[in-house]
Design a protein around this ligand. Sequence first.
Ligand code: NAD
Length: 310
Amino acid sequence: MKIVISEFMDENAVQTLRARFGRESVVYDAGLVDKPDELAAAVADCDVLIVRNRTQVRGVLLTACAKTRVIGRLGVGLDNIDVAACEARGMKVIPATGANALAVAEYVIGTAMMLRRASYLSTDAVVAGKWPRAALSNGRETAGATLGLVGFGSIGQLTAQLARAVGMSVIAYDPIIKDSDHAWMDTGAIRVELDELIAQADVVSLHVPLVESTKNLFNAERISAMKKGAILINTARGGIVDDAAVASALKSGHLGGAAIDVFEKEPLPASETFAGCPNLVLTPHIAGVSAEANVRVSSMIAEKVIEALS
Ligand code: NAD
């Protein structure tokens, strides 16, 4: 048995795999993703490959996985894995469904509150003795505002619950979740069409996978149809939102704020696109990565891998 782990995994979960399959069976190197030749050599005789979102399980790497039976994904979003090609080779692809949903949901509510209030980015001015109290005194509360969720799966539903707890109304667009699904009743979210959501929401948050139908979903036209002063939060995937259109809507004042955690190219290279944008939070694909989520995601994948092999 050989298990290769090419990105960071909680140490206890790595130990669980070592205890079950033997110490020498588990090759764990969180930096392997950045050493393509070493990675290709390591996977050549592996039964299991465990990745996060950076290892591209397709093309050359997939061909190198000559006897791999299981791909474990430390997260959700399978856009870095050619799932169809894996399945055609008889490989089982296992995501950590739901295990990092709370981290993302908290990120969304936290940034929504911060951006609506627009008062937390004053540290430099306060340190410099400028005391910008008058300029920051028009921040908006979150209770009573409408949150629009695009995608109402595990993360969308959990975000809806947290949003309701802080007094928001929640509307959601998801063409696949049926009217009869208990999630609508459980969360109190109201089902709407995408155009209605865009027209009504004070905060729009995206929770869809990156697939053909979601590419560039929030293009310049849809962003300009959002309410003036609305907040846009993208923790889903880069490529779903037109980042240049977000930047120009922030600069023109049409958008009241934005938080972007995911980018078409990661790491995001230094770029002028976002320079000078007001009320903008950029984070390095971290919404779903908290200490607790890392433990949950890693232990779920260790358990599921053990189950798949037994
Ligand atoms: P999920 O599969 O539980 O839910 C996705 C929902 O999107 C489903 O209900 C599906 O019906 C819906 N959907 C699909 N196509 C749609 C479309 N065109 N329009 C509207 N809805 C559509 O997934 P999840 O666990 O909620 O995660 C959602 C996405 O969040 C993942 O695919 C991943 O890309 C991203 N994610 C990011 C992070 C992060 O750290 N930033 C962490 C976890 C997940």
